[in-house]
Design a protein around this ligand. Structure first.
Ligand SMILES: Cc1ncc(C[n+]2csc(CCOP(=O)(O)OP(=O)(O)O)c2C)c(N)n1
Ligand SMILES: [Mg+2]
Length: 486
């Protein structure tokens, strides 16, 4: 027996009732030209699948479709909208069709001839480079890629969320010589990464003119998007990397550890590491980014999920916070804008509850979604937030509002400068969680050590003051020139 209730007013629902579509219900998005259901069409532009369930007995049908679209091919978001009345509808379970759980994505191989051609191109390279993207991580291709790197000796460079596919601490990881690696490579094996802005579109001047790209890609139409590849290997990265490995017995590829290419990159890496190490060793207060981040890196458990959001906090974090496992880093990546951080941290904590998530955020970044820490506390999620607080966005924020003449100068500073020394840890305390305020390297060290010692983590917020003038590759600049009289 199916009973329908078309009478409710929908005020308790984020989405208007199905029965009120087009009437102008509370918060119903209506197209200016007239009509209804524009919310689904908004979602269509940014998702792989968007639908409004029209009947409660069909909800399982739509959910199965949404999961199938989200996981097959290039993974992506799906959107299912259910009106309040549809949710409350009583249905006879005999009338409900429950589709079988959708299949796993197919393990599609690339044509054997293309695999062979790729290995021939790699075998003829004098300065080959592997780039690991998050597509390779999502595909679970890490074991095959690790073996491929071990057998060929080819240096590799991860994209931000491709970090950990092969450990950042592997001797062939050339993250510290990124520019030289991109510029010098004559062949690039691109594994599940787009040639978008983060990889400088694969074009000169950041790359050598005529560089040969071997593009391993799940989405056929992505191949050649920015640069026409020498070979496009379309299919599942795990399977294709397995094919490349198998092909090595017939077409060996070897990049000797003492080749000029590997030595050049390793030397370049040592040089930049020395600069970072010098900055990290400078433990004077207020700390620079490298000092604070290297303390966090040293104490972070190897299997922790690192969430990293901010400008310098994220950019420098990509270099200093190391990953040794795949799919353990979340940051802005391709589409994330400010504010994704706490949501990502919560999702990470639900998927990997032990030890949990170490969420390293700029103070502005925390401001975009910091109140979601309430969710972390309400559900006692294993999230440790460390805010690197430089009183605002990027370098050159004032240490306080005082001008040289001792008067309040807050309206003279740009809006990128936030409240000086804001006590964000008070939010944690208000929510019954642990909040710690730290200003020195020693204090940061003991606060992080105490937080990560409890496994799974307990909700904790460490508000860490850092230099308001430090930036990438730079310790604290000379003191901020105070703004004169208004
Ligand atoms: C939605 C959105 N608004 C604004 C920006 C511009 N933006 C980039 S990083 C950033 C804040 C960085 O400051 P913070 O998190 O304090 O990190 P810091 O560089 O100071 O370490 C902002 C506002 C953005 N990328 N997305
Ligand atoms: Mg900041």
């Amino acid at each position: 027996m199916v009973s329908r209730n078309h009478e409710s007013n929908g005020h308790r629902n984020a989405k208007a009732e199905l029965s009120q579509d087009g009437l102008g219900a509370f918060q119903e998005a209506l197209p200016p030209q007239g009509g209804a259901q524009i919310q689904v069409s908004y979602a269509t532009q940014v998702t792989k699948y968007a639908v409004k369930a029209t009947d409660s007995s069909r909800i399982p049908f739509f959910i199965e479709q949404a999961v199938r679209y989200a996981t097959m091919g290039r993974p992506g978001a799906a959107y299912v909208e259910v009106g309040g009345d549809t949710l409350r509808e009583k249905v006879n379970t005999d009338d409900v069709y429950y589709p079988p759980i959708c299949r796993s994505p197919p393990l599609t191989p690339a044509p054997a001839a293309d695999v062979k051609h790729s290995l021939q191109v790699l075998a003829g390279a004098s300065s080959p480079l592997i780039i690991t993207g998050k597509g390779a991580a999502y595909a679970g291709a890490a074991p095959e890629i690790q073996e491929f790197v071990a057998r060929t000796g080819i240096p590799f460079l991860p994209t931000p969320m491709g970090k950990g596919v092969v450990s950042d601490e592997h001797p062939l990881c050339v993250s510290s010589a990124r520019s030289a690696a991109l510029k010098g490579a004559d062949v690039v094996l691109l594994l599940g990464a787009r040639l978008n802005w983060i990889l400088h579109y694969g074009r000169p001047p950041r790359y050598r003119r005529g560089v040969k790209i071997i593009q391993v890609e799940i989405l056929p139409e992505e191949v050649g998007h920015s640069v026409a590849p020498e070979v496009g290997l379309v299919g599942h990265a795990k399977v294709i990397c397995g094919q490349l490995l198998d092909g090595l017995s017939e077409i060996p590829v070897k990049c000797p550890a003492d080749s000029p290419w590997v030595r050049e990159l390793q030397q370049e890496g040592v040089n930049s590491q020395q600069i970072f190490a010098k900055l990290a060793q400078d433990r004077s207060a207020p700390m620079n980014y490298y000092c604070a981040l290297s303390i966090i890196n040293k104490l972070a458990p190897k299997d922790v999920v690192i969430m990293n959001e901010g400008s310098d906090t994220m950019d420098i974090g990509r270099t200093v916070l190391l990953n040794s496992e795949p799919r353990k880093r979340l940051d802005a990546a391709t589409w994330g804008t400010m504010g994704v951080g706490m949501g990502q941290a919560i999702a990470g904590a639900l998927v990997h509850p032990n030890p949990g998530v170490l969420s390293v955020m700029g103070d502005s970044a925390f401001g975009f979604s910091g109140m979601e820490f309430e969710v972390v506390c309400r559900y006692q999620l294993p999230v440790v937030v460390v805010i690197l607080n430089n009183n605002g966005i990027g370098p050159m924020n004032p240490p306080d509002w005082m001008g040289t003449d001792g008067t309040d100068q807050r309206f003279k500073y740009p809006s990128k400068s936030l409240t000086p020394a804001c006590r964000y840890e008070g939010i944690a305390e208000a929510l019954g969680a642990k909040g710690v305020f730290v200003q020195t390297a020693d204090e940061l060290e003991s606060a992080v050590a105490a937080a990560v010692a409890i496994k799974p983590f307990k909700p904790t917020l460490i508000n860490c003051m850092i230099s308001t003038t430090a930036s990438r590759g730079k310790a604290a600049a000379p003191p901020f020139a105070r703004v004169g009289k208004l």
